[in-house]
Structures are given as structure tokens and as C-alpha cells.
Design a protein around this ligand. Structure first.
Ligand code: GLN
Length: 543
């Protein structure tokens, strides 16, 4: 039987509930327990795959091909495990299965009601995921903020689980304490209200994790404790930190794992965070800062720049920087800006490496192609991920092979040179408007050419990587492009699909049809990102 920890959010979103969940998982895992994590998203979408990344952030892809919330990525990175489809649910997914069961007469003639049938389905799913992961401890993050209408049924499920097994379930509320500039004082009132909101659905938090720009001081700990009915030692200070990977170690300064284990009536075994701490400090001790330019388009939200859509890429870059023992500075570059002002492209000189990440549609494409051309011609290390690889293929076809107007049928259906075209079976799905969860998804094997830079970096010739795409390299152009020097060192085992492109005579020019960022972890950085960072460091050192 697993023990369960629910993480809930108070006051506002985006304060680090996912990182808290992942970090709590990490410190319990470091005590010798098997831990898994579940994300519950309150929206009606069945998965995250159909959502606009500007609005929702990155769509994370699991080994088994689920399109999930970016928090699943945090769980994988902190816990170093593969999270399965069972560990992700949305309102849409829950309702879908209840309705399906009802249609199958599985409720045996009962009147199927929102309560209790929906929370019971949620509990069923939580327990199934825990069982399948063989977890001693399962952490369940409930998306959204308490007090919202949307997550109420999930909170009800959590309440029911606690009511049935009070010793096996506990609650962590992740709250936010503002320090308004004009006042210069940390305010606790929003947190007090948040706890009252949680109380109103029959839940008493066991711990309050207090996110803020500053550490929590004694007077405020006391205040929250008294007004929120939580022991003072269970009010956890969680100030902003240099990197999210410091969070587990900070939690341990407050002895959080010990306190949690005591409440769950589990033994606090000896802790091991040695490797973690080593990784955590690897970059911060360096005096070198490598500069990476990320040319994308899902950044702008009104007046604000949000890199959330590329979170796994950013983390993978950081892992690789730590592995190379350097600091890294990443700039977000809106590819549209190169379309509007062609001369601006020269700014790319200041970067030690350029990444063109995944994407969809035509907006920003020509700017990305200009950036790729610049990186290729000026020998700036370049790494193209999925769309980045497809656009690098197009750039090569246009500017090296002279196939003017070479393109992808994704955005130019009638192009004369469709060097990237739709995959077999995908056109039919699109014509039937079957958009949800129908791309080529999840892990697929790939065989590498032993002499390639990629194979050398991986140190092996058979790999498996995660995918999310509908379009692919068009094999009709293999000969034309390879004749001019494009290398295709990674193919599917049946040799039908091009998974990697590479250029020799360039310090680092690699494009992958897959998304290596999804499998990079702080303790196991991805070899291609490590190689890219190494090339960037070489360029940096020459300056
Ligand atoms: N839009 C491209 C495709 O569907 C690339 C997808 C991506 O970058 N994830 O194939």
C-alpha cells in the first residue's frame, strides 16, 4: 500500500508547485523510498497536446507517448524516472472514462452522478498509478489554485482518501507570500485566506510551503502557524533560489523529509543527496558563462516574455552546462524579428551556440531559417530540435543544393521541393480532423552511423528517443542532399525514417527529428546537449 502526499496551490499559480512536488519526491527518494508523482490538470482537454504553448507552456512527451503538462518533465528530471501515461489526468480524461463505463453498463444501472462517481474515478486512477509504479510514496499534484471552481472534484477525491486512511495521506499547501515594493514587508494574509479555502473543502494542510522572494522569518512563521492551525515547524520557508535544483537541499535545511516521514509513520532512513549536491554546485563555481541563443516564437504573452514553452530545452541546456562545468546564459530570440529586420541577424555572432527548438505552423519560420543559415555559414554551433531539424534541412536544400523555395508541406502544400513532407498515415488523420494524440509520439528506436559525431557523443549505435511530429524528411531528396554533404547518421531500424541530420566541416551542426530535451536529466545530461555545450564552450574560449 502506497502512502500519498497531495500538493495543492494557494494564492496564485506559477509559484513552483511542480518544483515543490518534484523536490519533495527527491528528498523522500534520497531516504531510500520508491517515489512516483502524478499530475492532475483541471481543464477539460483530454491531454495537453492540443493546447497552444504560449498559453499552456510546453507539451511534455512521455516514453509511452502521452502529451502531458510540463510538470511531468520536472518529476522525471528530479526523480530520474520515466513517468507513465497513468500518472497524468485531466478533467476531460476522468469524465471520458466515467462516461465510457456508464455506456458499458459497468455501473450496473446506478444513477451515475458527479459526486461520488467522478472523485471515485480519480481515486481509482491515483491508486492504479501508484500500484503500477510500485511506489512506497505517491505524490499527487492538483493543478490550479484552491478556491477555483475547476479543481473542486479533485480536492474532494483527496479529502475522501484522507478520510478513509488518515495515516496514509497528507497535504502540502504551496502558498505565496508577497513582499509589496512600497511596503517592504512580507504579507501573510493571502496565505491565511488560502488555508481557509482549503479548510472549506474539508482539508487541513499538514505543511505550508511558503514561496516568496525572501526567506520566512520567525514572526511570520508564528502568525501563519496560529491562524492556519499548522505547527510552527511545519511552516516551510521556500525563498527564491539560483536554480530549481537547489530546492530539495533547501527543504532539507528545514528537515522536511524527516517531518513528512514521521507523519506518514515511515522510518527516516539515512539520506543520500551527495550526487545531487555535486551537480547542483557544478555550474555555480565556474567563472565562464557560455551564451546560448534560442530562436523560437512561443515567448510573448502581452507585455511579458515567458520561456515556459521551451522549459525542457532550457533545463537540458543547464544540465549540459553543469556537466561541462560552466555557467550558461540563455537569450530568447523571437524569430519574427529577423524577418522584420534582416540586418539584425548579425547579433547571432555574440552567441556561442544557437538552438532552434520545436514548433508548428508558418509564423516565424523564415526568421528561423535565416538564423540556421547564419549559424551554418559562420560556424556557430547549431542544434535543431524537431522543427529545428526540419528547417535546417530546408535551409540546406535552398542555400546549398540550390533548390530554391524548398519547403515543408506543413506550411507550403504545393512547394516544388517538398524536402519535408507529411508522414505516412498522418494526412488521413488530418483530413478526418483527428488532431488529439495522433502525431508520431513517444519513444522510437534509432540506429546511428558509427562514424558520425552523434554516435561518438552517444557512445553507442542504438538509441531510443522521444518524438512528437507529423512531418518528416522526404526520402526522395536523400540523394540530392547527401550529395552536397548533408549527413544522415541516424535512421529508424528499417532505414525508412531520417532521425538525425549532421554536417561535417562544422564545429557542431546537428538536427534531430526527435526531442532529446525530454530525456535529459540533471544527473544524466543528454549526450547531444553535452556535445553542443562543449562546442559552444570551445567557441567561447576562442573569443
Ligand atoms: N511541425 C513539425 C511536425 O509536425 C515539427 C513538430 C515539432 O517540432 N514538435 O512535424
Amino acid at each position: 500500500m502506497s502512502k500519498y502526499i497531495f500538493t495543492l496551490g494557494g494564492v496564485m499559480s506559477g509559484v513552483g508547485k511542480g518544483v515543490t512536488t518534484a523536490s519533495v519526491g527527491k528528498i523522500l527518494q534520497a531516504r531510500g523510498y520508491t517515489v512516483t508523482a502524478i499530475k492532475i490538470d483541471p481543464y477539460v482537454n483530454v491531454d495537453a497536446g492540443t493546447m497552444n504553448p504560449v498559453e499552456h507552456g510546453e507539451v511534455f512527451v512521455t516514453e509511452d507517448g502521452d502529451e502531458t503538462d510540463q510538470d511531468i518533465g520536472n518529476y522525471e528530471r528530479f526523480l530520474g524516472i520515466d513517468i507513465k501515461r497513468d500518472n497524468y489526468m485531466t478533467t476531460g480524461r476522468v469524465y471520458q472514462s466515467v462516461i465510457q463505463r456508464e455506456r458499458n453498463l459497468e455501473y450496473k444501472g446506478q444513477c451515475v452522478e458527479v459526486v461520488p462517481h467522478i472523485p471515485e474515478e480519480v481515486i481509482h486512477r491515483i491508486k492504479k498509478a501508484a500500484r503500477k509504479s510500485k511506489a512506497d510514496i505517491t505524490i499527487v499534484e492538483i493543478g490550479g489554485t484552491v478556491g477555483e471552481y475547476q479543481n473542486i472534484l479533485f480536492l474532494e477525491a483527496a479529502r475522501m482518501m484522507h478520510y478513509r486512511n488518515p495515516d496514509d495521506v497528507l497535504f502540502i499547501l504551496v502558498s505565496y507570500l508577497p513582499v509589496p515594493g512600497k511596503l517592504g514587508e512580507m504579507k501573510t494574509k493571502p496565505t491565511q485566506y488560502a488555508v481557509r479555502q482549503v479548510n472549506s473543502v474539508g482539508i487541513q494542510p499538514d505543511f505550508v510551503v511558503c514561496r516568496s522572494t525572501e526567506p520566512l522569518d520567525e514572526p511570520r512563521k508564528k502568525k501563519i502557524s496560529v491562524f492556519c492551525n499548522v505547527r510552527k515547524e511545519d511552516i516551510i520557508s521556500a525563498p527564491d533560489v539560483e536554480s530549481i535544483y537547489h530546492v530539495p537541499v533547501n527543504f532539507e535545511k528545514e528537515k522536511l523529509s524527516e517531518k513528512i516521514l514521521t507523519k506518514l509513520k515511515l522510518k527516516a532512513k539515512k539520506q543520500d543527496l551527495k550526487e545531487w549536491k555535486k551537480m547542483m554546485n557544478a555550474s555555480s563555481r565556474s567563472k565562464k558563462t557560455v551564451k546560448i541563443g534560442m530562436v523560437g516564437k512561443y515567448f510573448a504573452s502581452g507585455h511579458f516574455i515567458l520561456p515556459d514553452a521551451y522549459i525542457s530545452v532550457i533545463e537540458a541546456v543547464k544540465h549540459a552546462a553543469a556537466e561541462n562545468k560552466v555557467r550558461v546564459d540563455i537569450d530568447w530570440i523571437n524569430s519574427d524579428s529577423y524577418e522584420k529586420n534582416k540586418k539584425k541577424i548579425k547579433e547571432l555572432d555574440k552567441y556561442d551556440g544557437i538552438i532552434v527548438p520545436g514548433g508548428f505552423g508558418y509564423r516565424g519560420v523564415e526568421g528561423k531559417i535565416l538564423a540556421i543559415k547564419y549559424a551554418r555559414e559562420n560556424k556557430i554551433p547549431f542544434f535543431g530540435l524537431c522543427y529545428g531539424m526540419q528547417l535546417a534541412t530546408i535551409e540546406f536544400a535552398r542555400n546549398v543544393c540550390g533548390l530554391k523555395d524548398a519547403s515543408s508541406t506543413e506550411f507550403r502544400p504545393n512547394t516544388k521541393y517538398p524536402v519535408i513532407h507529411i508522414m505516412e498515415g498522418q494526412a488521413e488523420k488530418l483530413s478526418k480532423k483527428q488532431y488529439g494524440n495522433t502525431m508520431r509520439l513517444g519513444a522510437w528506436p534509432c540506429v546511428l552511423d558509427k562514424n558520425s559525431q552523434s554516435a561518438k557523443l552517444y557512445g553507442k549505435s542504438r538509441i531510443s528517443e522521444r518524438h512528437r511530429h507529423r512531418y518528416e524528411f522526404n526520402n526522395e531528396f536523400r540523394q540530392k542532399l547527401t550529395k552536397k554533404g548533408l549527413l544522415l547518421p541516424g535512421l529508424s531500424p528499417d532505414k525508412k525514417l531520417v532521425e538525425i541530420i549532421e554536417l561535417s566541416q562544422h564545429p557542431f551542426f546537428i538536427g534531430t527529428q526527435f526531442h532529446p530535451e525530454f530525456t535529459s536529466r540533471p544527473l544524466e545530461p543528454h549526450p547531444l546537449f553535452v556535445g553542443f555545450m562543449k562546442a559552444a564552450l570551445t567557441r567561447y574560449s576562442k573569443k
